[in-house]
Each structure stands twice: as C-alpha cells, then as structure tokens.
Ligand binder design. Sequence first.
Ligand code: PNS
Length: 168
Amino acid sequence: MRRAIYPGSFDPITNGHLDIIQRGCKLFDEIIIAVLINPEKTAFFSVAERCEILRAVMKDIDHGECTLAVESFAGLLIQYAADRQAHAIVRGIRAISDYEYELQMALMNRRLQPQLETVFMMPAEAYSYVSSRLVKEVFHLGGTIEGLVPRLVEERMRSKSKDQKTKS
Ligand code: PNS
C-alpha cells in the first residue's frame, strides 16, 4: 500500500494541480491532498472552503484504483507525513524556475526525515504556466480563467467576490 501526500496551498486548485493528481494516481494506492493551514498568508478561500472545493472536484476525476482524500494540516510537513504513515511527498514542477525552491524544500525534508521521498511530477505542457497566483490575478483584473481551473472553482470565485463586493 503506497500512500503519498500532495501538499500545497491550493488557493485555488488549478487544472495543473488536477493533472498532477491524475498522474500521481498511476503511481500510488492512496494520495492525501493536504491543504496547509498558514495563518501568515492571506488567502482568497479559507482552508475549509478549499477543502470543500477539493473534495467536490475530486469526485469528478478519473482516479483509477487510487483512493483520494482531502485533509488540512499545520506545522511540519514531515511530521504530518509520518502521522499519516506516508511513503512519499508529491510536488509538481512546471518550469526550471520552480526547481530551485522545490529542490530546497525536498532536501530539507530529506534531511529532517531521510525515509520520506519527494517525487517531482511534470504537468502537461498546457498547464506549464498556470499557477494559483496568476489565476487570482487574472480573475481580479477581469480576465477569463476558463480552462485554467475546474468550472466549480470559477463559479465559487465569482460568488465569493460578489459576496465580498456586497459586504464592502
Ligand atoms: O502550494 P505551496 O504554497 O507552494 O505549498 C508549499 C508547502 C505547503 C508544500 C510548504 O510550504 C510546506 O510544506 N509547508 C509546511 C511547513 C514545513 O514543513 N516547512 C518546511 C518545508 S522544507
């Protein structure tokens, strides 16, 4: 039973993240998509909203024999992975620019927990420029994010920003 953790902010989940999850499903029996609780970072969606969206989106994807779970976590990733008895951390690498940061994290995690492997996966080229940060920027400036995120995310972003505008 090979269990992996796919950690991240997922604010929001993009089609690039989904692509990585689907590829990961071919390698692992179970993937836990783990949303970091990070009070220092201002997020568009709360952790609870992100988990709810992720769970809804996971229902629609082809996960083959792989079991998918969504959880949130706080603190050290290696500790959380040990608590869940995970064998690997999955991270997506889009371009060389991601590599430096990801390598640093992977090596630090390996130093802290040599048993735990980090597996880097590449999304389809079509998503190589897609990031949650750019999706939010384009959305806030009125551009289309169709095809970059699941339809549910688009809808939830629209309704959330409408609510925020009504309140202010
Ligand atoms: O989607 P992100 O924001 O790039 O994900 C970053 C994440 C959650 C993988 C990273 O910040 C993380 O693992 N945080 C947990 C705290 C931790 O273990 N820090 C040491 C990492 S070397």
